[in-house]
Design a binder for this molecule. Structure first.
Ligand code: PRP
Ligand code: URA
Length: 207
């Protein structure tokens, strides 16, 4: 299932990040800001514990986060979202999955994986700005599950019905949070209207 973050503050930033005239410096800033807002929503239901805190005046009944949070950026574009979630949860641990989409087959190729042991029992948040065919996200989730993760959510900036369907079919237990659910994929498997190649726009590697 996909949850759309339709808040005006997110949608305003999305309008700017989509704009072809937005350069890589602003693109990076916006990816971070949008991620922070989406993750704020995505973490709404994480496990908390009741604690009592002594204020200078009296005891206060409070709640603290009671789960290890492990953020897993899909390399390379997922790196552009990392700072945003770490501002929200500075104690989060970070794992990595290195994947790229083969330009011919459009299928994901895994070239790197490294996870902290807390993926077992903790809450894993997979971040990648684009969930297009869904192949990369499904591969990342499979790798995580193979390594013992069982609580996984996905946070992306833009997705589309095809990608959501693939993830839902393969991993119905995984929720997807996104700022946009676009119309479709084009013949190159790019999201339409999307925002182009997120990795290139983040890192300034487009021609
Ligand atoms: C992009 C994007 C996703 C993937 C989405 O990465 O960041 O990881 O494509 O496509 P999919 O849903 O069809 O699998 P890309 O392969 O371009 O690599 P990059 O992050 O190194 O730019
Ligand atoms: N990867 C991107 O960066 N953009 C898309 O639209 C699809 C895959």
């Amino acid at each position: 299932m996909a949850v759309l973050i339709d808040h005006p503050c997110v949608q305003h930033k999305l309008a700017i990040i989509r704009d072809v005239e937005t350069g890589h410096k602003r693109f990076r800033e916006l990816a971070k800001e949008i991620t922070k807002f989406i993750c704020y929503e995505a973490l709404k239901t994480i496990k908390v514990k009741e604690v009592t805190v002594q204020t200078p005046v009296a005891e206060a009944a409070c709640r603290k986060i009671d789960t290890d949070i492990v953020v897993i950026p899909i390399l390379r574009a997922g790196i552009g979202m990392l700072e945003g979630i770490l501002e929200l949860v500075p104690t989060a641990r970070v794992g990595f999955v290195g994947l790229y989409r083969d330009e011919e087959t459009k299928l994901p190729v895994t070239y790197y994986e490294r996870f902290p042991p807390q993926i077992k029992g903790g809450t894993c948040i997979v971040i990648d700005p684009m969930l297009a065919t869904g192949g990369s996200t499904v591969a990342a989730i499979e790798t995580l599950k193979d390594n013992g993760a069982d609580k996984i959510v996905v946070v992306c900036i833009v997705t589309c019905p095809e990608g959501i369907e693939l993830v839902e079919k393969a991993h119905p237990d995984v929720l997807i949070y996104a700022a946009a659910i676009d119309d479709r994929l084009n013949e190159k498997k790019y999201i339409v209207p999307g925002l182009g190649d997120a990795g290139d726009r983040l890192f300034g590697t487009s021609h």
